[in-house]
Structure formats: C-alpha cells, structure tokens
Unconditional design. Structure first.
Length: 250
C-alpha cells in the first residue's frame, strides 16, 4: 500500500516506469533476447499486472505495448497479445502472494546467473551487497516449468524478502515501486559482479564483512523507511533515458 505522503499512482504512471525499466535493462545488457520479464501491478485493479508481449525485445517496449494480464494467466485487456507462460508462472505467483509489491523483476543476467550457481550465494563483500544482507532468499532449481506446487514453494521462500536467487537460473527482486525494484536489481547485479571478479582474482579469498557490520550497514541504508531506493535516482534515470533513448513513453 502506498504511503499517505506518496502521490496516487495511475496505470499510465506505471506503464511509463515499466517501459523505462525495460529500456534501461536493455541498455545495461540485462536482456536475454525475448526472454525474462519485468512486471508491475495495475493500480486500482487487484490481481492484474503489466508484462511484456512475448517476442518483443526489451528495447522495443513502450508504455502502450505492455500487456495487461491477471494472476490466473489470462490476457485481460482484449488485445489477444501473446505472453510467455513463464511470466505467469513466476510473476503471477509473486503478485498474487505479495499484493503490496508493485514490481517484480526476474532476469537471466550473466553475473546474476553465475552468482546463483554459488552455494554461498551473495556475501557481504561490498556496500551494494550489504543493502541486500538478510533480504535475499534461495529457490532450488526444478526445471523449466513451474507448476502450482513449485509456485507455492517459490513464494514461501520469498516470504517478505526483497528477492530470491533462483539457483542455476538467475535473480528475482521485488519492489514497492518500479523504481525500487530496478534499483535493487542494479545493486544485486553490481554486487554479484564485484564479488565474482574478486573471487576469480584471489582464488575465492575475499574480505567479507561480519554479520554485525553487514546488518548495521543495511539499517543505515534503509533508515526509517520513509525514503525508498529509487526515490532519488529514478527521476535522474528517466531524464537520461529521455535524452538518449526517447520513445518509451509512447
């Protein structure tokens, strides 16, 4: 639920932010041809969310091209657009279980997938990682298709956390806004890259902050909770996107 001090979100607001998130994900090299998804719930329409049309690359996504679907896996906007079933399996399950979440991002980023292969997962080896200290669960790999039983396991493992490492598969994060989810994925990807590079350079011997210090850093980062990740960064990121890759608002 939105904070009383935050302006009410409209579907148009969410469509623009989500399209921008897709475009910036493409610019960052986070895409995987036409696979993986960023989704966002539709304000005022419980059980409905927006997702990319299947077959479109991230850099093609616009606000109007996003498809409205429901958590049961049906296209709900009359467009007849095709969507990837895995978008329902993962994103629909998370949106249904976490109605307070606006955005769900699941990607196959190279560094995120590599991190998901490590038994120890993300370690408190950087400030980026410490933002997610204690906030990242794990889900064991069970193959390509997610049936109802696996969906239940996945959402149980996510619980109230900020994300999951889907083992041998890739990262998933959630956010109370598109901006928050995008920034959490940004930090997770940078933390993964820094950790894996350091481990490769030293044979796995890297400096790891103590649990107490990592917890302190996390508390300092989130503060009293009134400011979310993305509140400050997102307007600047949109301005840059308007300069360099306009058209996502269409």
């Amino acid at each position: 639920m939105a904070s009383p001090t935050r302006p009410t979100r409209t579907e148009r607001d969410v469509r623009i932010d989500l399209a921008a998130a897709y475009r910036m994900a493409a610019i960052n090299g986070w895409d995987d041809t036409v696979y993986t998804h960023l989704s966002a719930s539709v304000p005022g329409e419980p059980g409905h969310y927006l997702i990319n049309p299947f077959g479109a690359t991230f850099d093609e996504i616009t606000a109007s091209s996003l498809v409205k679907v429901n958590v049961e896996g049906r296209v709900a906007d009359g467009s007849g657009a095709r969507v990837n079933p895995s978008g329902f399996a993962i994103h629909g399950a998370v949106h249904a279980a976490r109605p307070e979440v606006e955005c769900v991002i699941h990607l196959h980023t190279p560094w995120g997938v590599a991190l998901s292969m490590l038994p120890g997962g993300l370690q408190p080896t950087s400030q980026w990682a410490m933002r997610l200290h204690g906030r990242l669960g794990r889900h064991a790999y069970e193959g390509l298709a997610l049936g109802p039983e696996e969906q239940q396991r996945l959402v149980a493992e996510l619980g109230p956390l900020d994300g999951l490492l889907l083992e041998n598969h890739g990262p998933l994060v959630v956010g109370r806004s598109v901006a928050e989810a995008w920034m959490l994925m940004h930090m997770l990807e940078r933390a993964a890259r820094a950790q894996l590079r350091a481990m490769a350079a030293t044979g796995g011997q890297v400096l790891v902050a103590s649990p107490e210090l990592a917890s302190l850093t996390y508390r300092q980062w989130v503060g009293d909770g009134s400011e979310w990740d993305g509140d400050l960064e997102w307007p600047a990121l949109l301005r840059r996107l308007d300069r360099t890759a306009p058209g996502y608002r269409d």
